[in-house]
Design a binder for this molecule. Structure first.
Ligand SMILES: [Zn+2]
Length: 98
């Protein structure tokens, strides 16, 4: 019984060491975790790249949206969300106050 307990303790210790090693190594690549900002000199469009996802702001039907796209080996996936500080919504809020 004590032998089984000792083996389980060793296995648990090894698993904890592996978990710590993975946690320390996975966030080490600064180029992957830092946000990079690039501006297209011709259009003025700003693109943010963070964690392998490219973000840019698009204007559709009187609102600003953040569009994120990620490239995969078999294509690309994207999503869109209303920009929290949308300048058009802010203008409408200000106009309603006065
Ligand atoms: Zn809006």
């Amino acid at each position: 019984m004590q032998k089984i307990r000792k083996i389980l303790t060793v296995i648990l210790g090894v698993l904890m060491l592996i978990a710590i090693a993975v946690a320390l190594v996975s966030c080490d690549d600064a180029s992957y975790t830092e946000t990079q900002v690039t501006e297209n000199p011709e259009t003025g469009e700003i693109t943010y790249t963070a964690r392998g996802v490219k973000f840019h702001v698009v204007e559709i039907d009187g609102c600003e949206y953040i569009m994120g796209t990620r490239m995969y080996s078999d294509g690309e996936a994207g999503y869109m969300s209303h920009k929290g500080n949308c300048k058009y919504c802010e203008e409408r809020r200000r106009a309603e106050q006065y």
